[in-house]
Design a protein around this ligand. Structure first.
Ligand code: NCD
Length: 345
């Protein structure tokens, strides 16, 4: 795989998970821990007052776009957005590099999602401000992998298990899923991991990720059998068939619903307390229904803790990139208003 270099967070582009070493991840996660009271709006801090985030999403998004924007707001900064390539000058033939030159004059940091692999790196090469990759085609989604690993760490805490020694099943469209690509690369920083890669043969994890996991000394099993793969793992990480990546979208119908998890299957096959994760959106249409709603009352379903963690991990990224992490608590105060989410002042 490509070049490996340590992130010095200050002023850095965040383009690939390969930039991160274990100590960077640790620094980010311990910064994220400190963001929780602000993410829950119990306390307010204004350390990014005057800063502007350019949130450029040229492909569908709900949680990544909103959580990056909210994270920036929660640190006191402002957000400008562009949504959909059709409403930007890219449709008039402007190059990504020109767009980057322009937008980096209006912003202090830019988050970008784009359907083409490598496009965010190209954009970053002409940007005068740090750029965070919010997903480039089926290539990478580094902030998602970081929030996923942060969630894994937190969920395992109560189970006396650690990331080293983790047992995880990744399920679904492993060929096109950028979240599992970035997560696989991230797991290469850890030791002694068992990875079950569960997909239809046509949607298997690309070789480069499988080789990287094996080179890291991990045990990797490639299979298309769900039940036995989820039997002895700590984490079941389900994913959606990435229909937008198929030349012919109807091809995606062939694979939808192949690996369904519901409470009955969970009870029959999983160890008690197996954590269920998904980057979301889960495809809840009847023909897919990869994570049944009957799991919603299962306390091991971590999907909404995962999305909440996305906010604090993204706050931590901004705080480190713009070098205010050490100032967050110094410039904090309590909120005055009744907070309906936590029921107190
Ligand atoms: C994922 C993505 O966009 O890659 N969503 C997300 O950012 N949480 C997964 C998906 O769309 O299936």
């Amino acid at each position: 795989m490509g070049q490996v270099f340590t992130v010095d967070f200050t002023g850095a582009h965040i383009l690939s998970i390969e930039q991160f070493q274990r100590e960077d991840i640790e620094k980010l996660f311990r910064t994220a821990d400190r963001m929780e009271p602000y993410a829950q709006r119990r306390r307010v801090t204004r350390v990014l007052e005057g800063a502007i985030l350019g949130n450029m999403f040229f492909e569908a998004s709900t949680r990544t776009r909103i959580s990056f924007g909210s994270a920036f707001n929660l640190l006191g900064g402002e957000v400008r957005e562009s949504v959909g390539a059709e409403s930007s000058s890219l449709v008039k033939g402007e190059s990504l590099r020109d767009t980057a030159r322009v937008l980096s004059g209006y912003s202090d940091v830019i988050c970008m999602r784009h359907p083409v692999a490598g496009s965010v790196a190209e954009f970053a090469s002409a940007s005068r401000v740090p750029v965070i990759n919010g997903g480039d085609g089926s290539n990478e989604h580094p902030s998602q992998a970081l929030l996923d690993l942060y969630t894994i760490e937190r969920e395992l805490q109560g189970r006396q298990r650690k990331i080293d020694g983790l047992r995880i099943a990744m399920i679904g469209d492993l060929k096109h899923g950028r979240t599992v690509h970035s997560l696989s690369k991230l797991l290469c920083q850890y030791r002694n991991i068992k990875v079950m890669l569960v997909s239809p043969a046509e949607l298997a994890m690309p070789d480069e990720y499988v080789s990287a996991l094996r080179e890291a000394g991990h045990q990797v099993h490639v299979t298309d059998r769900l039940e036995e793969s989820i039997a002895n793992v700590d984490i079941v990480y389900s994913t959606r068939i990435q229909e937008e990546r198929f030349q012919d979208r109807q091809q995606a119908d062939l694979y939808r619903g192949r690996f369904r998890l519901n409470q009955a299957i969970y009870t029959r096959h999983c160890e008690p307390n197996t954590v269920i994760m998904h980057p979301l959106p889960r495809d809840s249409r009847a023909e897919a229904n990869e994570l049944d709603a009957d799991l919603d009352s299962n306390p091991n379903l971590a999907i909404f803790r995962q999305t909440d963690n996305g906010l604090i991990v993204r706050m931590a990224l901004f705080a480190l990139i713009l070098d205010v992490a050490h100032l967050v608590d110094q410039h904090a105060r309590d909120v005055f208003w009744f907070n309906p989410r936590i029921g107190s002042h």
